[in-house]
Design a protein around this ligand. Structure first.
Ligand code: SAH
Ligand code: SF4
Length: 404
């Protein structure tokens, strides 16, 4: 069992506490309930017999009520609250920028720690009521040739607390506390931000357990989608640990092309990937796999390739999300012509696959990002947001219809 440390929030120094005061505070927002029981017991603040009850109480304050300070936990004794605050925190990271688009899309730039900044985007009217696109890493170690994030070295994995914080911050802004409020605006989560979630599966799985816990935010696991470029050995663990919906960044139907577009394919070629997907736990017509396919002009967008795609995914309960390529400075690729995308989609539709084509939302606020932020990390994060907007809209297009 791992305990997540939020290194950005150090204990305030106190001469009385001496060396112990320098210990980083543990952010309880990043602990699953069993982890919280263990952390509270180890801390000595809560007696063993009461840890489970106390953990559920605190978990509800944090994830059901959204409180950010132990002082607000009115049914916890004052002395206990003070002792908790010496070792733990329930504070949020800082929101350094907030933008709202004309179409209701919201975007937050969040500083997790010095130099560690990620953007989180909320898109209304996607999924059941609205979806949040979260990041799992800062940067990415994989170098997909059409992806801007791929040009950025991995800065680091995000902790479960930092992943959950993206959801909490969105809920603060959307006034979504308590979590059982009627007509919730945030119904779906997609791991389609920066990074490869399956290279950070431990923290991603803990975050999903926390976000889906019925005592807290309570977003159903079938409304949580994890997008991967195809880390085959982790697919089974993803399904077993999280029961999340699976999205696969496919982008090509043969190995030579996929080797170029998604270089991870050299390690896990298509036959292995497809076998891994077919074996994904819980896959069914109500829980279909989404194949993401970025439309690159003259590269992967011919009718022959559409037919090859139909053949490749035959028998898999699936939908295909066609993503118009988002160009970025320095990239040689171009987005396919609209007619080519429509022809491609028609072939998939005729074969019985839902294949939504989506264009990005919130263009007005996203367009300004690159201009506003000069620091390279931030610029790249913004570029990533632009493209995943299109991707997530298609992934969630008809999930409720499928799950109904
Ligand atoms: N690393 C994970 C999740 C983040 S990427 C993955 O690769 O699946 C989210 C989606 O955006 C992926 O399908 C990715 O292939 C797609 N994408 C990346 N760059 C893009 C671009 N320039 N235009 C359109 N889609 C892009
Ligand atoms: Fe990483 Fe996904 Fe971009 Fe590939 S598409 S470089 S896996 S973020």
């Amino acid at each position: 069992m791992s305990v997540t440390l939020d290194l950005s929030r150090m204990a305030p120094s106190s001469s009385k506490e001496g060396a112990a005061a320098a210990k980083p505070l543990i952010n309880l927002s990043g602990l699953t309930r069993p982890q919280m029981v263990a952390a509270l017991t180890e801390s000595g603040v809560v007696e063993h017999g009461k840890a489970k009850m106390r953990a559920t109480q605190i978990f509800r304050w944090v994830h059901h009520r959204g409180v950010t300070d132990f002082a607000q936990m009115s049914d916890v004794a004052k002395e206990t609250r003070a002792r908790l605050a010496e070792q733990f925190t329930v504070a949020r990271p800082e929101v350094v920028e907030r933008q709202v688009s004309k179409d209701g899309t919201r975007k937050w730039l969040i500083r997790m720690a010095p130099g560690i900044e990620v953007e989180t985007v909320y898109i209304p009217s996607v999924g059941r009521s609205g979806a949040l696109c979260v990041s799992s890493q800062v940067g990415c170690t994989l170098n997909c040739s059409f992806c801007h994030t791929g040009t950025q070295a991995l800065v680091r994995n995000l902790t479960a607390a930092e992943i959950v914080a993206q959801v909490q911050i969105a809920k603060d802004d959307l006034a979504e506390w308590p979590s059982d409020k009627e007509d919730r605006l945030l119904s779906n989560i997609v791991f389609m931000g920066m990074g490869e979630p399956l290279y950070n599966l431990g923290q991603v799985a803990d975050a999903i357990e926390i976000i889906s816990d019925n005592e807290g935010i309570a977003i159903s696991r079938r409304r949580i989608t994890v997008s991967t470029s195809g880390v085959v050995p982790q697919l089974d663990a993803l399904g077993e640990k999280t029961q999340a919906m699976l999205a696969i960044s496919l982008h090509a139907t043969n190995d030579p092309l996929r080797d170029v577009l998604v270089p991870l394919n050299k390690k896990y070629p298509l036959d292995q990937l497809m076998a891994g997907i077919r074996a994904y736990p819980g896959i069914s017509n109500a829980r279909r796999v989404t194949f993401e396919y970025v439309m690159l002009k003259g590269v992967n967008d011919s009718p022959d390739e559409a037919r090859a795609l139909v053949k490749l995914i035959k028998g898999i309960p699936a939908k295909v999300n066609l993503i118009p390529f988002n160009p970025w400075p320095g990239s040689d690729y171009q987005c396919s012509d609209w007619t080519a995308i429509e022809t491609f989609a028609a072939i998939l539709n005729r074969a019985g696959y839902s294949s939504p084509i989506r264009t990005p939302r919130g263009r007005d606020i996203l367009a300004a990002c690159g201009q506003l932020k000069s620091e390279s990390e931030k610029v790249r994060a913004s570029a990533m947001r632009k493209l995943s907007m299109a991707a997530m809209a298609g992934v969630l297009d008809d999930e409720d219809e499928a799950a109904a």
